[in-house]
Design a protein around this ligand. Sequence first.
Ligand SMILES: Cc1cc2nc3c(=O)[nH]c(=O)nc-3n(C[C@H](O)[C@H](O)[C@H](O)COP(=O)(O)OP(=O)(O)OC[C@H]3O[C@@H](n4cnc5c(N)ncnc54)[C@H](O)[C@@H]3O)c2cc1C
Ligand SMILES: NC(=O)c1ccc[n+]([C@@H]2O[C@H](COP(=O)([O-])OP(=O)(O)OC[C@H]3O[C@@H](n4cnc5c(N)ncnc54)[C@H](O)[C@@H]3O)[C@@H](O)[C@H]2O)c1
Length: 486
Amino acid sequence: MEPLFDVAVIGGGSAGFAAARTAAASGAHTVLVEGAERLGGLCILAGCMPTKALLESSRRWQAIREAQEFGFEARPIRADFSAILARAHRLVSEFAADRQNDLIHGDFRLIRAHAAFVDPHQLALTYPDGQQSLLRAKTFVLATGSRISHPPLPELSEIGFWDSDTVLEKTELPESLIVLGGGPVATEYAQFFARLGVAVSMIQRGPHLLKRFDSDLSAVLEEAFRDEGIELFTNASLVSAGRSGEQKRIRLVRHGAIQELVAEEIFLATGRTPALERLHLSAAGIDLCQRAPVVDSQMRTTMPHIFAAGDVVGIEEVVHIAVLQGEVAGENAARQARGVGPPFRQMDYRLTMEVVFTEPEIARLGLTEAAARQAGRPTLVARYPFADHGKALLKGMTRGFVKLLADPESGELLGAGIAGPEASELIHELTALLSVHATADDLARLPHYHPTLSEILTYPAEEIARRVAAFRSPVSPDSESREPTA
Ligand SMILES: Cc1cc2nc3c(=O)[nH]c(=O)nc-3n(C[C@H](O)[C@H](O)[C@H](O)COP(=O)(O)OP(=O)(O)OC[C@H]3O[C@@H](n4cnc5c(N)ncnc54)[C@H](O)[C@@H]3O)c2cc1C
Ligand SMILES: NC(=O)c1ccc[n+]([C@@H]2O[C@H](COP(=O)([O-])OP(=O)(O)OC[C@H]3O[C@@H](n4cnc5c(N)ncnc54)[C@H](O)[C@@H]3O)[C@@H](O)[C@H]2O)c1
């Protein structure tokens, strides 16, 4: 039997590591239990980092293809899929080694074992050699992450498919690929493969790609994908899957008609599910909703001494949220275990961002237009296209736009969306501004170096500031407005 810990964290990915580090820093006697053979978590081993390494390769390939526009004559090049994967694996190993070091040398104890609840206060640990022991703690943080959802068609398991875990072990590019799904995994991989010369078609259930983004942002990506030769089938329901000679086939229904697609391979990207199997959660007595533990704003489950964080709670399955939730859960678990009662730390989703690393990149922050409409919240919205922006023209990256959402009376910035070059970087200036409740007028007045991509943000800000001023005062402030610089 292990000694009684203040905090036991289950899972050593982004959320669990953040929870354990925070709990230990608060002075709690903390243990982290990790069951995987390889340390690192999803982001490092099969999520953010390998995909961004792959996308960097396909981006270079695309740049060579477009070289003529910039005055170069490029010879046709050949993609070496194995070499592209080898680079990704090398980077992943380096990131994983850093994380391994942090886990082993943290101010908490690391136990390499699979954990399952025996009762609400005890875990059964199963070690790699099959040995077992019990672990007791005053509080727990569940941070077991997510797994790829089961295929929507049972036949897929018979005919086989690729997914974001298995793709990293492949060695040969298929000639053609049907991607199932239209979320971040589907779009990032679809563009990666299409750019390397694979004939890609995508099947998305909803009317647009990237369902959590406003449809005007998704539309920019859809147009870019069509221009790159990716065939999109939106509003589609899957009917069946099977073999067609050497090829694989998918039948779908769209606008009432059956269609059949045939390709060498199928890539499954229809979402992820909280990883709770073999955790024996029923013994812990916590409530679930849509297969995820129910949590409040303190990341507390329905058992007051059990907290949860990261993909397992399924609120926003991205890393900065997993880390923030882990920190909140870790700090609150430590306070509770050490009897340092309230006030407990709360999660705040006001500054939630999501970025998709396709080209163009797509980013959102805070309030979306769809959410504002659904909540009946009046907002001012202003857009500005990259096609009218000097730096974007210089870079030859004119697709897309930026948009800002603001409160109509105060002009406070409430949200933003960007589809275009460097959206993943540009969004962070807006995050800083939203964090201090800045107004569109504050943004419009901030100095921006010329010519930069960042200065595009000032144009919709000026438009909103003008409209807010006009709302407040009958005298038009138009005479003060600046024209966009080219
Ligand atoms: C292809 C892909 C690309 C992505 N790209 C991005 C991106 O660019 N940016 C971004 O922000 N997000 C991205 N994400 C999402 C991001 O990877 C996840 O949101 C994040 O990694 C979740 O962290 P986590 O700690 O909740 O889970 P994980 O990192 O999965 O950690 C959970 C850990 O718990 C362990 N575990 C599970 N059960 C037990 C048990 N019973 N006992 C002991 N240990 C257990 C597991 O072994 C695992 O190590 C991507 C995801 C995918 C799939
Ligand atoms: N850049 C990033 O930050 C990044 C990259 C990859 C993944 N992620 C995260 O990982 C998680 C998983 O991503 P994901 O793309 O697998 O899931 P997702 O849930 O975001 O998207 C799945 C998509 O598949 C569609 N779909 C579901 N069932 C379908 C069916 N039967 N037929 C056709 N379409 C169907 C859905 O409409 C949805 O658009 C997400 O939460 C995402 O935020 C983030």
